[in-house]
Design a protein around this ligand. Structure first.
Ligand code: SAH
Length: 347
């Protein structure tokens, strides 16, 4: 029995009402309980007294000249998160595929404190509820009147630090009644929370996994990602092997290219070797400026690789047989690019 069915029974309603409520919420997307035509007036009143439908309020929408749109959502407790809508053209994908990707947040802030990431500078505030994750998708579709085709958990937060709620949200979004999005079109991106990667491999109908790798040596990784001190590259590799063995889904590696830190020929060779562990692709990401966070220490010295350096590194990887792509800087002019989220909304 689902937790919703249990809850209804405890409150003297039939358990089959759960699926009717679900249909009203996610298929019809009603905005008020008074529209729930399948259920009794008594249940409508009960829902009205105990729940609210919208958990997010779209407070601000910014449009980038490259087609990216950033949504600032205010949550019921006053906290704020952001979601970013990225059209296929911006990601250099074939426009014929009509892909529309939504980058969603999984937490308010983030506990990881990666030195290159603006969200990390906010610190961890709280996990998002499943409804707050789902509502990012519903609200963006409502505002834009467009259908989202892909979801990536690459907004604020570390999704594997909020795995239970992220999986609940995915279950709602991909449910056979809501049919909002197929699980094959959902990607969870992680900095490398090893035991949770293994846990994620065991969920029914798993999703795509992206690993924020950024370096293949423990030394450099530990400098820029504190979490790498807890789980080193060897542990991470083992968990990736396990994920692929259980799911058969190729892995995506994200690799921010920094000038002089992780862009040597040896880095390319190590990355090529690492990427051959299981079927995979590598996304090279240009480092997006986060100087607006006034970085200190090691973060202050991080420099983006130049266009030529990126091209050279990519050529080396291609030569080594790597399936490699360069991610363009979506929405950089509106601070919507990776790692730039939510610094404008500290208040
Ligand atoms: N915590 C998750 C998801 C959020 S970050 C993770 O670490 O994967 C999404 C992606 O943006 C990650 O690959 C992250 O490393 C990258 N990113 C963060 N800050 C960035 C920056 N300033 N420039 C470019 N990419 C950045």
């Amino acid at each position: 029995m689902s937790e919703h069915e249990e809850f209804l029974l405890e409150n003297s309603f039939e358990k089959f009402r759960a699926s009717q409520i679900f249909t009203h919420l996610y298929k019809h997307r009603f905005q008020s309980f008074s529209e729930f035509f399948l259920v009794s007036q008594e249940l409508r009143n009960f829902l009205n007294e105990n729940f609210i439908i919208n958990s997010l309020f779209p407070e601000n929408i910014q449009y980038s000249k490259d087609g990216t749109t950033k949504f600032l959502f205010r949550l019921n407790d006053g906290a704020a998160i952001e979601s970013v809508l990225i059209p296929a053209e911006t990601l250099d994908e074939d426009p014929k595929l009509k892909r529309l990707t939504l980058c969603v947040s999984s937490q308010v802030g983030c506990a990881l404190n990666c030195s290159f990431c603006a969200t990390g500078k906010l610190g961890y505030k709280r996990n998002l509820e499943p409804s707050e994750i789902v509502d990012q998708v519903l609200q963006v579709e409502k505002e834009t009147q467009k259908k989202i085709s892909n979801i990536v958990f690459m907004g604020m937060g570390e999704p594997l630090h909020n795995l239970e709620n992220v999986v609940k949200a995915i279950d709602i979004l991909s449910n056979s009644v809501s049919k909002i999005i197929s699980r094959k079109k959902i990607t969870i991106s992680t900095a490398g929370i090893v035991p949770k990667i293994i846990e994620l491999a065991d969920i029914p109908k798993p999703v795509k996994l992206a690993i924020s790798l950024h370096s293949t040596t423990n030394g450099v990784r530990q400098k820029i990602m504190p979490i790498a001190k807890k789980w080193n590259i060897q542990d991470l590799r083992k968990s990736i092997v396990e994920y692929y063995r259980k799911t058969n889904i190729p892995i995506t590696y994200e690799y921010i290219l920094f000038d002089g830190l992780n862009n040597s020929l040896d880095d390319a060779k190590r990355l090529a070797k690492f990427s051959r562990t299981v079927p995979s692709k590598v996304n090279i990401i240009p480092f997006h400026d986060i100087s607006f966070t006034n970085p200190t220490g090691f973060a202050k010295d991080l420099k983006p690789a130049s266009r030529d350096q990126i091209q050279k590194f990519v050529e080396q990887l291609k030569h080594l047989g790597v399936n490699v792509y360069v991610r363009t800087s979506s929405g950089e002019d509106i601070d919507a690019a990776c790692g730039q989220l939510a610094y404008s909304i500290k208040s």
